[in-house]
Design a protein around this ligand. Structure first.
Ligand code: 4FM
Length: 252
């Protein structure tokens, strides 16, 4: 299986060590499942000060990223991502983009290689978005100081879906979220901690009972905290029955 390539364009390439040097994504890189490489627009400037920004036409605060360094950096990044004839999608991270959720992560995980553009300053020259960016994505309705953290959130979530990236014992973590539900509570040793004990069922060794308990907990939490998520999913018969139990218990 050829490694998934994700190219990044950013003036702070060192930030991406958080992806390549740690955790699941670090392991995926080490195992050759994922290749991550960054192109810095500063390396594509021709002036002494390696200028990547300039003042905005129309006035106003802050600076705008110049088109030419971005054009060249994006070109180099795309060439790498396209090597071997792979399909490539170029993405610009910004609050103006499509909001990322697990469904979007699954879509992007099934797409080809990616080029992610992480901007800084007040924005990038719009002519780059119009000509070189395929899709604009947002990780949420808040304003960050740059696109790097958003790009890393996207890459982390995508990497978890690469076959082999999660050890076999971790894929279970995806269960409830894969079902569109919030996660159930988790416990580990000691059995008694500062006077609080672990739910008996989890000590029972009865795996079917444990599975149902966890599913019921996930449903109860989702109903309580994110009823909107319940609207979106097609409930299985078992989930429907457990939700009925939850409603009855809340009435009594
Ligand atoms: N929310 C978000 N989801 O994705 N990205 C964001 C975000 O706030 N980016 C900040 C940002 C984006 C582009 C530029 Cl040029 C400068 C700053």
């Amino acid at each position: 299986m050829t490694a998934r390539r994700i190219a990044l364009v950013s003036i702070f390439p060192e930030m991406f060590a958080a992806l390549t040097d740690y955790g699941i994504s670090g392991r995926a890189v080490k195992d050759g499942l994922l290749e991550v490489r960054c192109w810095n627009p500063r390396d594509f400037t021709s002036d002494r000060h390696r200028t990547v920004d300039d003042r905005p036409y129309g006035g106003g605060p802050g600076m705008v990223m110049l088109a030419e360094p971005l054009y060249q950096a994006l070109g180099a990044a795309r060439a790498w991502a396209e090597e071997g004839g792979e399909a490539v999608r170029s993405i610009y991270l910004s609050p103006q983009g499509r909001q990322l959720d697990q469904g979007g992560v699954e879509e992007l995980s099934a797409a080809g290689n990616l080029v992610l553009l992480a901007g800084r300053y007040e924005g990038i020259d719009e002519r780059i978005v119009e000509t070189l960016i395929d899709e604009e994505w947002s990780i949420g309705d808040y304003v960050l100081s740059g696109g790097e953290l958003a790009a890393m959130v996207m890459v982390d979530a995508i990497t978890r879906l690469i076959p082999g990236a999660l050890g076999h014992d971790q894929s279970a973590v995806e269960d409830s979220f894969a079902q569109g539900l919030l996660d159930c509570p988790h416990y580990t040793r000691p059995e008694e901690y500062r006077g609080r004990s672990v739910p008996e069922v989890l000590l029972s060794g009865n795996h079917e009972k444990i599975r149902r308990w966890r599913l019921k907990q996930a449903l109860a939490r989702t109903r309580q905290r994110r009823p909107d998520l319940l609207e979106r999913i097609e409930l299985t018969d078992e989930q429907g029955a457990l939700l009925d139990e939850i409603r009855h218990e809340l009435e009594s």
